[in-house]
Structures are given as structure tokens and as C-alpha cells.
Ligand binder design. Structure first.
Ligand code: NAD
Length: 295
């Protein structure tokens, strides 16, 4: 594999482009506007500066890696030479199905098409293409250059060969791939998101306060971050939409989202990205404090 196309240059797309460029691949980064692509390139450059500061990268390696990233607003041009396409566009089913139809049309016939989706069925995405055996999930964690795990999701029709290529490639970029089958939430979010929902229920029912719940899980279970703070980081809207996928996919009421979570999302309190969720985030500093609503 030489050329990797990454579709979407937001939080995850720029991290995936960074990773592959750092490991010597040519990267075609595709998004809807030049403005977004330039923003992504700046983010990658700043994140690489941090690696240079820590001695992980040489300045010359950073410059060479940045040169390997090519920007495209035209999807067909961006995937023309791809050996692998990794789709990291907005988490929305019609968007993904439409993108995969286009990828199938424009990417070389031998190319593997991967999705970084957190919750959409790989089997369903694959069925929108003429090459379902070459469609797979490659679920990176945020921040991509730092987090070791790649959840490799085999759709119903994904071939053993495609899976092996993606497992090997993940190791080549120093990640630890874990192979899982395609069921709602895969493994990571099937376990994580109900835990977050339970933490929100505990708050909602007055079992304990925000900091108390987070402290129990940090100090008691050695989690680096409490579930409510983690929910703010992931985005409460994202947590809610994954719960809905679990609820619909399994038809089990245990996945019903806590009404407090639903209210917060509907009111626009989505966590770090909106400035407030369970905590308030101060843009000028890294400090956070518990939201006044929960004091
Ligand atoms: P984001 O909103 O930060 O970025 C999405 C990008 O996709 C935007 O720049 C948008 O302009 C672009 N986009 C939308 N439609 C497009 C199209 N048709 N063609 C090209 N670009 C398009 O989202 P994100 O957080 O980076 O999430 C991307 C994917 O990764 C989602 O499927 C999400 O579920 C998954 N994911 C996210 C996280 C996370 O922590 N943020 C973790 C794992 C997986």
C-alpha cells in the first residue's frame, strides 16, 4: 500500500491523515471546502510540532510528512490512485451511503474501502457498493496519533483477505488492531456508552454529584477520566445517537437514553464543543468546573 485517501478532515480525519503521512504513506485528504482542508492541515502541523517538541519526530520528518498530504475538494480526484480509502466524514447514514456509492464508482477496483464510523453498520455500508468483500470498519480512537487501538470491524461480507490486509497495515503504523464482528456499537461503544448512560442516570436520580461520580470511576476503577467528563469530550449528541443505535439495533430497553441526556442535547449543552455539558469549559484555559446546573 502506498496511497491512502482519507474522506473528511475533521477531528478524526486530520488525525488519520497525520498518522499515515508520518509513517511514509502518500495521503489524499478530501473534504467539502478548501477552508476546512487548510484548517485541518494547520491542526496537523501544530500536532506534529508537539511531537517534535517531545522528540518523537525530527523537524525534517515533520516537513516531509506534511509534503505527503495532498488536499482535494473533488472526491473522484482524491480517490483516483487510492490503495485504501478511509472514510471519516460526518456520522450520518445517508451521507455515508452516498459517499460509499461514490467511492465504489471512483476508487480503483482493487482498493479497500474502510469506514471510521462509531456506530453505523459496516454490513449496511458495504451493501451500498459492488465490492462488499472489500469493505471494512477501521475504528480509530481520538486523538488518533496517540491512541493505540484500532477496532477492525468485519462486516457480514468482509473477506478474510481484506481483514488480514487491514490488521497488518494497522500494525505497520504501530497501532494495536482488534478484530470484532459487526453488531451494534461493535465492542468499544457497546460497553462504553451504556456505562456513560448509567453515570448520567446516577446523577439524574441524585445518587451522587458530577465530581463524585467521576472520582469514583477514576480512583476506584483506574479510569484516566470520569464517565461524565468523557461524555463531554465525546459530545453528548454523539453519545445520544450511539445509544439510539444500540436501542434500535438490539430492541432492548436497557439502552434507553437517560431523559437528562436527551434534555441536555435538545437544549444544545453538548459538552466541550458547546462550552458546557456536565462541566463548563473555559476557552482561555484548560480549567473546567462543574456546571452550575449540577451544583
Ligand atoms: P467532524 O465533524 O469533526 O468531521 C467530519 C468532517 O467530514 C467535516 O470536516 C465535514 O466537512 C466532512 N464531510 C462531511 N461530508 C463530507 C463529504 N460528503 N465529503 C467529504 N467530507 C465530508 O467529525 P469526526 O468527529 O471527525 O467524526 C468523523 C467520523 O469518525 C464519524 O463517523 C464518527 O462517528 C467517527 N469517530 C469519531 C470519534 C470522535 O471521538 N470524534 C471517534 C471515533 C470515530
Amino acid at each position: 500500500m502506498k496511497t491512502i485517501s482519507v474522506i473528511g478532515s475533521g477531528t478524526m480525519g486530520n488525525g488519520i491523515a497525520h498518522l499515515f503521512a508520518q509513517f511514509g504513506f502518500e495521503v489524499a485528504l478530501v473534504d467539502l471546502t478548501q477552508e476546512q482542508l487548510q484548517k485541518a492541515l494547520l491542526t496537523i502541523s501544530k500536532n506534529m510540532d508537539r511531537q517534535v517538541g517531545k522528540g518523537v519526530l525530527q523537524e525534517s520528518e515533520k516537513l516531509a510528512a506534511l509534503k505527503r498530504i495532498h488536499l482535494f475538494t473533488h472526491l473522484a480526484a482524491g480517490v483516483k490512485e487510492a490503495d485504501l480509502v478511509i472514510e471519516a466524514a460526518t456520522e450520518n447514514l445517508p451521507t455515508k451511503l452516498d459517499l460509499f456509492r461514490q467511492l465504489d464508482e471512483h476508487a480503483p477496483k482493487k482498493a479497500i474501502l474502510a469506514s471510521n464510523t462509531s456506530s453505523i453498520s459496516i454490513t449496511k455500508i458495504a451493501a451500498s457498493t459492488q465490492r462488499p468483500s472489500q469493505v471494512i470498519g477501521m475504528h480509530f480512537m481520538n486523538p488518533v496519533p496517540l491512541m493505540k487501538l484500532v477496532e477492525v470491524i468485519r462486516g457480514y461480507a468482509t473477506s478474510a483477505e481484506t481483514t488480514q490486509v487491514i490488521m497488518n497495515l494497522s500494525k505497520q503504523v504501530e497501532k494495536v488492531p482488534v478484530e470484532v464482528n459487526d453488531y451494534p456499537g461493535f465492542v468499544a461503544n457497546r460497553i462504553l456508552i451504556p456505562m456513560i448512560n448509567e453515570a448520567i442516570y446516577s446523577l439524574h436520580e441524585g445518587v451522587a454529584g458530577v465530581e463524585e461520580i467521576d472520582t469514583v470511576m477514576k480512583l476506584g476503577m483506574s479510569h484516566p477520566m470520569g464517565p461524565l467528563q468523557l461524555a463531554d469530550f465525546i459530545g453528548l449528541d454523539v453519545c445520544l445517537s450511539i445509544l439510539r443505535v444500540l436501542q434500535e439495533g438490539f430492541g432492548n430497553p436497557k439502552y434507553a437514553p437517560c431523559p437528562l441526556l436527551v434534555n441536555m442535547v435538545e437544549a444544545g449543552y453538548t459538552g466541550v464543543k458547546s462550552g458546557e455539558g456536565f462541566y463548563i469549559y473555559h476557552p482561555e484555559s484548560k480549567e473546567k468546573s462543574v456546571s452550575n446546573r449540577f451544583k
